[in-house]
Design a protein around this ligand. Structure first.
Ligand SMILES: *Cc1c(COP(=O)(O)O)cnc(C)c1O
Length: 431
């Protein structure tokens, strides 16, 4: 494992310039398949007795560099990149679980993930108990005989709740199940969940890691710390019908999970990342550390400024002294708290909608983690199909605006919001 620091690894890890034709930039290997020396060579690749490339759905040299780099940055033993963050989550869960198994998950999750766990996976017999993650004992109480994984987000989107990963990982250990952490909003530049006991870390590379809003991608990173032979995971200790009798735990040891993700998960579910997207994501990853620092500085400054605006009812940002998560943020996010800020307008639903419709620098769209600033009013857009109760559970109130604060000059961002606030003064209730 690399002993170098984050910024260095973000630029160099996984890339041996002597083995890629001397190219200083990581080249794009835009090839679907790879020529075998002969049939015996092919047989060796298929039975894993020799490493090498077979077909880009399973492995690709450009993707391999991104995988090694992300594993180094999170402190994992290996990684697999996927077509999107959603593909990373689905492939992980479908690799680990079978009908009858149960997930314990935080109720503060990205909307797509919530739907996968709440609606789609139950159709395949995999069910989820959702718990309030601010109450660590709720995880313990939710554990049943058939519970197989814990799933959380380190920094919830859009609630911005900071989770006590260390405490939750203790409960996962006691239950003998792996803790899976979606670290998308935090990024590895601000937080490494493996240091606090996470066994598997997932990212949507679409967000801050790519950073420019140009490519979808995802990654699954294996800490290599979970004991798959503890009796709960026969998939790893019994001969695999899906890979000519391979017993993962015997042959692949601590890399059992990530190997199965690649040779069975990618093979059977087909969620491979395009090497062109891997290239784009590598360009973004090179500057992640300096970008996320600026995103965090801009977000904190804007959150403080919002607190003193006449039209604003409340502001939520984990770096504010007024935040419920200040203590946890001090522990888990001393380097910055990322670029998402939420706030409410005194004028409620109509005022919030108006502001989101009016800003010019802040683009109205459903994404986060772009270099450009983004805005959305979830109650009238992304979350409009949810009942009032569901909206409340996900932390989406009628007056809530979510900002993804970009890298623009902070004064220009304030001016853009001020112009929009002028139009909603009429909505502020007079007393
Ligand atoms: C966006 C996002 C995802 C899904 O990633 P895609 O690349 O859009 O599929 C998962 N988790 C979190 C926290 C996200 O913000």
């Amino acid at each position: 494992m690399s002993t170098q620091n984050f910024a260095t690894n973000a630029l160099h890890a996984g890339h041996d310039v002597t083995s890629n034709g001397g190219t200083r930039a990581v080249p794009i290997y835009q090839s679907t398949a790879y020529v075998f020396n002969n049939s015996d060579h092919a047989a060796n690749l298929f039975n894993l007795s020799e490493p090498g490339n077979i077909y880009t759905r399973i492995n690709n040299p450009t993707n391999d560099i991104l995988e090694q780099r992300l594993a180094a940055l999170e402190g994992g033993i290996a990684a697999v990149v996927t077509a999107s963050g959603t593909a990373a989550i689905a492939t992980t869960l479908l690799t680990l679980l079978r009908a009858g198994d149960r997930i314990v998950a935080s109720n503060s999750l990205y909307g797509g993930t919530y739907n996968l766990l709440n609606v789609t996976l139950p159709r395949h017999g995999i069910t989820t108990t959702f718990v309030d993650p601010s109450d660590t004992s709720a995880f313990k109480e939710a554990v049943q005989e058939n519970t197989r994984v814990f799933f959380i987000e380190s920094l919830g989107n859009p609630k911005l709740d900071v989770l006590d990963i260390e405490a939750i990982s203790s409960e996962a250990k006691a239950a003998k199940v792996p803790l899976i952490v979606d670290n998308t909003v935090a990024t590895p530049a601000l937080l490494n969940p493996i240091k606090y006991g996470a066994n598997i870390v997932i990212h949507s590379l679409t967000k801050y890691i790519n950073g420019n809003g140009t490519a979808l991608g995802g990654v699954i990173i294996d800490a290599g710390t979970f004991d798959w032979t503890n009796g709960k995971f026969p998939e790893f200790t019994e001969p695999s019908a899906g890979y000519h009798g391979l017993v993962y735990a015997d042959v692949l040891k601590e890399a059992s999970f990530i190997a199965k993700v690649r040779i069975e998960g990618l093979r059977d579910y087909g969620s491979a990342l395009s090497p062109f997207n891997a290239f784009q994501i590598i360009q973004g990853l090179e500057t992640l550390e300096i970008r996320i620092k600026r995103h965090s500085e801009n977000a904190l400054a804007l959150a403080k400024w919002l607190q003193i605006q006449e039209e604003v009812a409340w502001v939520n940002y984990p770096g504010l002294t007024s935040s419920n998560y200040k203590n946890l943020a001090d522990k888990y996010f001393p380097k910055g708290q990322s670029g998402i800020v939420t706030f409410g307008l005194k004028g409620g639903f109509e005022a919030a909608k108006k502001v989101a419709d009016t800003t010019k620098l802040f683009s109205l769209l459903a994404n986060i983690g772009d270099t450009k600033s983004l805005i959305i009013h979830p109650a009238s857009t992304t979350h409009q199909q949810l009942s009032e109760k569901q909206q409340e559970a996900t932390g989406v109130t009628k007056d809530l605006i979510r900002l993804s604060v970009g890298l623009e000059n902070i004064e220009d961002l304030k001016t853009d919001l001020l112009e929009a606030f002028k139009l909603v003064r009429e909505f502020v209730p007079q007393n």
